[in-house]
Design a protein around this ligand. Structure first.
Ligand SMILES: O=C(O)c1ccc[n+]([C@@H]2O[C@H](COP(=O)([O-])O)[C@@H](O)[C@H]2O)c1
Ligand SMILES: Cc1cc2nc[nH]c2cc1C
Length: 373
């Protein structure tokens, strides 16, 4: 069965309602009353207001249970030499995440975030504790075959939705989508270039650090895949099936479901943001529940952020994935919440908001005197 929009009913999302605009206005008014010059906390002020509007309360609460979900999956297109690293690294890194030795573990520990690893399409078997949602072994080589079947695509979207539900039901009040998968910047670039009508050469980056010959092979694979996805670009489920993979489909499901569940999300780099573009097509308005943690060095990431009209919090030249850029941005969001929630108002602290007559006069006198000397 399909809905009116042509989306299969299994992947249809209810209408997304935005974060509460009345609470956003309340937060704006409160920012004016806090003991600081108006606007002096810069972007933190808007971020604090956004969190308050997402939570439906001002002052906002400190995040109690931020959670990172790292989706791991392999991609058949790696057989064409599109990455600087071998495909085996995906499974090896899954074990590293579980052992606590990856960047995501180190960064999560500094912010109090929990990490969950999900093998959604790793090419080999992984630990049973992380593979309960596994859809298949690797996704198809998108330059010449579909990434997934229709039922695998729906299964992956449903897995992402179910994981969002599990996390939110378990108390998560902020979600971060992360990913790990050798070759995954290739399908991510295909989605972004196709959805923004961008020439591949303007979008293709170095991913893990591929050399010039590898970049040429990657660009050729992306061009071939784009030819295959062109007829289905307007259909988000078909786009995931033909040109993406189970990891991107699951992330799209998680990001759309988080918006439906009124749970804020920090987006990470190019791969997560590619999934976010598709999630916005699946559940229009979902983007209002996301903030961009950072801008990665991948050119396609800048294109995707512009398309989604998201302004990244940080720009540190990062290109790791795993949710790492979002985790580095998390303390900024926590600072935005802390200032809006914890600062005293001018009235509470007895700090005056207007410069007094006498102060102005004495400044004027001082200046006159100084000029006289
Ligand atoms: O998040 C990003 O913007 C990003 C940019 C470049 C590479 N990555 C990570 O590197 C892997 C994909 O790179 P590649 O070259 O194998 O396509 C994958 O595991 C991603 O998490 C991630
Ligand atoms: C070692 C390694 C770690 C990663 N983490 C995310 N993508 C990655 C790619 C590689 C190669």
């Amino acid at each position: 069965m399909t809905t009116e929009s042509g989306i299969p009913s299994e992947a249809a999302f209810e209408a997304v309602t935005p974060p509460d605009p009345a609470v956003a206005a309340e937060a704006d008014a409160r920012q004016q009353q806090l003991t600081k010059p108006a606007g002096s906390l810069g972007r933190l002020e808007a971020l604090g207001g956004w969190v308050a509007a997402c939570q439906g309360q001002c002052p906002p609460r400190a995040f109690g249970r931020p959670r990172v979900v790292v989706f791991a999956g392999d991609h058949g297109v790696t057989a064409h030499g599109v990455s600087a690293y071998p495909a085996e690294v995906t499974a090896q890194m899954v074990a590293n995440f579980q052992a606590g030795g990856a960047a995501v573990n180190a960064l999560a520990a500094t912010t109090g975030a929990g990490v969950r690893v999900v093998d959604i399409a790793v090419a080999t078997d992984t630990d049973p504790t992380v593979s309960t949602h596994k859809v298949r072994r690797s996704s198809g080589s998108i330059d010449r075959e579909d990434a997934l079947s229709e039922s695998e695509t729906l299964q992956a979207i449903a897995a992402g939705r179910a994981i969002a539900d599990e996390e939110i039901d378990g108390g998560a009040d902020l979600l971060i989508a992360g990913e790990m998968g050798i070759g995954n910047t290739t399908p991510a670039t295909v989605l972004i270039a196709a959805l923004t009508n961008t020439e591949p050469v303007a979008a293709v980056g170095r991913g893990t650090g591929v050399d010039d010959a590898g970049w040429i092979r990657k660009t050729a694979a992306i061009r071939d895949a784009m030819r295959r996805v062109r007829p289905v670009t307007a259909d988000p489920v078909a786009l995931l099936r033909v040109g993406a993979g189970a990891d991107l489909a699951a992330m799209a499901g998680l990001l759309a479901q988080a918006a439906l569940r009124r749970t804020p999300v920090i987006l990470d780099g190019v791969v997560v943001t590619a999934a976010a573009m598709v999630a916005e097509d699946l559940a229009p308005g979902a983007r209002e529940w996301w903030v961009a943690g950072h801008r990665s060095t991948e050119p396609a990431h800048t294109i995707a952020l512009k398309h989604l009209r998201l302004d990244p919090i940080l720009d540190l030249g990062m290109r790791l994935g795993e949710g790492s850029g979002a985790l580095v941005a998390l303390p900024v969001l926590q600072s935005a919440v802390a200032t809006l929630a914890e600062m005293a108002t001018f009235a509470d602290a007895g700090v005056s908001t207007e410069s007094g007559e006498s102060a102005t006069d004495s400044t004027a006198d001082d200046e006159t005197e100084a000029e006289a000397h």
